[in-house]
Design a protein around this ligand. Structure first.
Ligand code: GLA
Length: 747
């Protein structure tokens, strides 16, 4: 576990009732009185109060700091609705005349779906209680304070506890809730949105990340219009189609100016984001579980816990929002001991040789990797299976023993041989990493023949294959035990130092809608178990590229493969998009061969390497024996330079200076804590005679300090103010796909 940093602040305030005003059944006046709550730090405030008439929670404010709750001066609102319609609600339930999308929807034993949650009290917990069975942000009482609001539905005997945690140093509030069935019959939780607020009538734009395989995290920005807007994953996993993240910003908000609020769901399963602009102009913001994959049966006496949403507010544009997420997630979400450590430059075998290898060719690949300066060699897919040897994607998933035809002596002796290979220009030996995909099974496997019922399936429906595989039902305890035991067997058989945990399809034919959530609880149990037992292993998540790049798994694993698309140009967009919520330190990025396997594009090695060097985990994904001599000569220099800048990529503050979907000259920089050093990456997509590039304005430096700027071939000094306000003109060659990596050091 990482050490906690100390930070003290008094951030929670609660005050007590004054009278509210009621004007009959259809006209309501909102006042900011009643018990009121404020979670504040010097930059942000989150405020709500209890309506004294209805005991409903009314949302007042989430955004920049406000010294006190402000009454809603909208006055009397006339209309067709009732006391719950014209209110900006904090935890909207269903069935009492709030006609917008609810945060909670419960079906009771006789089939009705009316809930009536009323405020009963609150308490304050030191630090932040963990959420049973789910990943979440964490911190000591110096880092975070938690307010718990208690609600009760006396008609149905159901309680709800809302958890609000403020991380003052990160301008962040995390929310989750727990529902307990205190009655004597089962209830069914149909919908659970961890985050729900009603924002006032303001012009807003919705920003989210959509995509697909090899096209992850494209940025989508559009006005919030009347009616419902939103997106979801119904894939069982967080997926590549939409990331569980959204931001709301003013139309004038840019990367560096203006208000922006980000919302990020700490969860890896199906999810739903719902934005609803109502007649009043108010904007309801909901983020949580996907109701299509819930219907969670809650027996008497049991509690259902929602995953949490983390929201950060910035007045420094989308860049400020991202930096808050990055720091919070590195310091208070990731529990890996690698989070702040430079990562080993690696060579991954996949794009170089796919399934076509044996022990001796793998040793040769590892020797070539070490000869170039890589310090980690990763044997990707294809190493396992005896009766169904994994020589192609149709065979062997589920049978996690080494293929005897490829590794006649087993994994241990092979790994020992690899780990005897000395890395170029050092006395260090190369490390060894292995690919696994333990949540999946090919029908052509011993595991499937033995346990055909372990995969997700529904009665007589077809078991639909995707990539020739089925999904194991990780919600089943016996499947969880199996995965833990096969992983332990692998790790006992050989001194593996890195694991790439892949997952290459979505869920179909689930036995019940809640199967996806039950699966996630099972998966988190498995991963918690393995990462706790093996903290020394560098774990990397992967799901056909970035299909499970989410905060849920970043809690356990410090990094994730960002995309199967390794084309330098496409990767710029994917990596910039991914950086909206996720720190570049958590991205895995590799240099692959040309023409690129996915797009056929040819780009210079220096360009591909600069793009990959912007990520925490840099690697090569090619067969060095196919390279030209000049590439072989260049790679050790590239890797040595990447290793020099990797610490600041891991630890620095990230600034997107120019975006790849808006500029021919995208650029980004990392600035060290204290602004003593920085590294800047700049790219030219196409050679252009006119117009000329805009001056490259740096960010995050000390305006009064002098900095030495160098690209390795030249060096000049300028003050921080000049670099940030005048900007630098770079001397771009007349050629496509060019790049600069500049180091910037305080003199
Ligand atoms: C997925 C991963 C790739 C590679 C292959 C192996 O597609 O994203 O990186 O590991 O599986 O089958």
């Amino acid at each position: 576990m990482k050490a906690q940093k100390a930070f003290t602040t008094n951030v929670l305030r609660c005050s007590f009732p004054l009278l509210g005003l009621c004007h009959g059944n259809v006209n309501w006046i909102a006042v900011g009185d009643g018990p009121s709550f404020s979670l504040s730090s010097s930059n942000i405030s989150y405020q709500f109060h209890v309506d004294p008439m209805t005991l409903d929670l009314i949302h007042d404010h989430w955004g920049a700091y406000a010294a006190e709750p402000v009454p809603d001066f909208n006055g009397v609102i006339s209309g067709w609705g009732g006391p719950y319609t014209y209110r900006r609600r904090e935890f909207p339930d269903l069935g009492r005349g709030d006609f917008r999308v609810p945060a909670i929807h419960i079906q009771h034993v006789d089939g009705d779906t009316v809930s009536a949650f009323s405020y009963t009290g609150y308490n304050i917990a030191p630090g932040k209680p963990s959420i049973p069975g789910l990943p979440a942000t964490y911190g000591s009482e110096d880092d975070v304070s938690t307010l718990i609001i208690h609600l009760y539905d006396t008609v149905s005997d159901v309680s709800a506890d809302l958890y609000y945690s403020i991380f003052p140093r990160y301008n962040a509030v995390a929310r989750s809730f727990r529902v307990t069935n205190n009655g004597s019959h089962n209830i069914t939780v149909m919908r659970a949105s961890s985050w729900s607020i009603d924002m006032p009538n303001e012009e807003l734009e919705l920003i989210d990340l959509y995509g697909d395989w090899a096209a992850e995290n494209r940025v989508n920005r559009r006005p919030v219009v009347y009616g419902e807007q939103g997106f979801r994953s119904s894939a069982g996993y967080s997926s590549q189609f939409h990331n569980p993240f959204l931001a709301l910003a003013h139309p004038s908000t840019t990367e560096s100016h203006g208000p922006a609020t980000g919302y990020s769901l700490v969860y890896s399963g199906s999810f739903s984001a719902d934005i609803e602009r109502w007649s009043t102009g108010w904007v309801r913001v909901l983020l949580g579980l996907n109701p299509l994959h819930l219907s969670w049966i809650l027996p008497p006496g049991e509690t259902f816990s929602s995953p949490e949403v983390v929201s950060v507010h910035s007045e420094q544009g989308l860049g400020g929002m991202s930096r808050s997420f990055h720091s919070l997630y590195r310091n208070h979400l990731s529990r890996s001991e690698y989070t702040f450590k430079p990562r080993p430059p690696l060579l991954n075998s996949w794009e170089g040789v796919h399934f076509d290898f044996d022990q001796s060719s793998m040793i040769k690949l590892a020797q070539d990797a070490a000869g170039l300066g890589c310090t980690l060699f990763v044997n990707d897919d294809g190493w396992f299976g005896t009766n169904y040897p994994r020589d192609n994607a149709t065979l062997g998933l589920g049978d996690w023993t080494p293929n005897p035809a490829k590794f006649p002596d087993g994994l241990g002796p092979f790994v020992n041989q690899v780990q005897n290979i000395v890395v170029r220009n050092s006395s260090a030996r190369i490390q060894f990493g292995l690919w696994v995909e333990p949540e999946m099974v090919n029908p052509q496997s011993d595991l499937y023949k033995e346990h055909p019922d372990w995969c997700l399936h529904m009665g007589r429906h077809n078991r639909t294959l995707q990539r020739d595989q089925l999904v194991l039902n990780v919600g089943l305890p016996e499947v969880q035990d199996y995965i833990i035991s096969v992983m332990e067997e692998i790790l006992n058989s050989a001194p593996v130092q890195y694991i790439k945990w892949d997952n290459n399809r979505g869920m179909h034919e689930m036995p019940s809608p809640s199967g996806s959530h039950a699966y996630m609880l099972g998966l988190y149990n498995v991963i918690d178990n393995l990462t706790t037992a093996h903290p020394d292993i560098l774990w990397e998540g992967c799901a056909s590229g970035g299909a499970r790049f989410d905060p849920g798994l970043l809690h356990y694993w410090p990094q994730s493969w960002t995309s199967d698309n390794t084309d330098g140009l496409e990767r710029l967009q994917i990596q910039f998009g991914t950086s909206y919520p996720y720190p570049p330190s958590s991205m895995g990025c590799h240099v692959s061969a040309i023409p690129n396997h996915q797009t056929g594009r040819i780009t210079p090695l220096a360009f591909r390497a600069a793009v990959a060097s912007m990520c925490g985990s840099f690697g090569l994904e090619l067969d060095p024996s196919t390279l030209q001599q000049e590439e072989i000569d260049a790679l050790p220099v590239i890797i040595a330079r990447q290793q020099q800048i990797n610490p600041i990529v891991i630890n620095g503050d990230f600034y997107r200076l120019a975006l790849p979907d808006k500029s021919n000259w995208p650029a980004a920089m990392f600035v060290s804590p204290g602004a003593d050093s920085a590294v800047l990456f700049a790219f030219q997509i196409r050679s252009s005679l006119k117009p000329l590039p805009a001056p490259l304005k740096f960010q995050g430096l000390d305006p009064n300090a002098k900095y030495r700027v160098s690209d390795g071939t030249w060096e000049r000094s300028w003050s921080g103010s000049t670099l940030m306000n005048t900007g630098l003109g770079l001397d771009w060659p007349h050629s496509d796909y060019q790049s600069f990596i500049l180091t910037i050091d305080r003199e």
